[in-house]
Design a protein around this ligand. Structure first.
Ligand code: C2E
Ligand code: C2E
Ligand code: C2E
Length: 91
């Protein structure tokens, strides 16, 4: 992408998130629920999160941000465009 493009957003699909087995998705489910409660944002089908939150989640999952991003995309809970956000972070 060109320099004038806005950075891609990280958007969690909350409906898909409830369908992923909790032994995998549990930490992310709790993290998203915490953000929802801090914002008072309970009715969304999706939740936009901070770039920093992906870093924090990578620590929680003991993965690099790019590996975690691939995992979340494969579960269908993160928009594939998020790859670009992580690549920009690591360069
Ligand atoms: P905070 O970080 O002190 O942010 C205070 C308020 O600033 C937020 O209130 C929100 O209105 C605004 N704000 C801060 N950063 C952003 C941003 O990147 N985008 C937008 N649109 N607004 C922003 P709000 O939403 O009621 O959140 C209250 C507190 O809940 C925040 O205080 C923060 O501690 C926590 N929080 C909410 N959402 C997130 C999140 O996605 N990640 C993290 N790590 N914390 C969050
Ligand atoms: P968008 O970012 O493409 O979001 C599209 C729709 O996804 C939003 O429509 C909303 O229904 C949902 N959505 C996205 N993130 C969240 C979230 O964290 N919580 C919830 N509950 N829903 C979410 P909406 O609200 O009509 O917004 C339309 C457009 O307006 C957004 O498109 C975005 O371009 C802009 N917008 C809305 N809120 C913000 C904001 O806090 N910051 C910025 N920069 N733009 C915003
Ligand atoms: P957004 O609202 O479109 O914000 C885009 C970027 O602008 C944020 O990316 C952040 O770098 C910067 N930004 C916006 N508002 C603030 C602010 O009040 N303080 C600071 N320091 N920076 C700000 P980021 O952090 O990756 O967040 C991505 C999206 O996640 C935000 O898009 C918003 O939709 C959501 N978000 C993040 N934190 C909060 C929050 O505390 N409350 C709410 N309601 N939404 C948040």
């Amino acid at each position: 992408g060109g320099a004038a493009e806005p950075p891609p957003r990280l958007v969690l699909d909350l409906e898909r998130l409830t369908q992923v087995p909790s032994e995998k998705a549990g930490p992310l489910q709790r993290y998203a629920a915490t953000i929802q409660s801090q914002r008072g944002d309970y009715n969304g089908k999706v939740l936009s999160i901070r770039q920093d939150d992906l870093r924090t989640l990578a620590v929680i999952y003991d993965q690099s941000p790019s590996i975690l991003t691939e995992q979340l995309i494969s579960w269908g809970v993160l928009n594939p465009d998020a790859r670009r956000a992580v690549r920009e972070e690591e360069t």
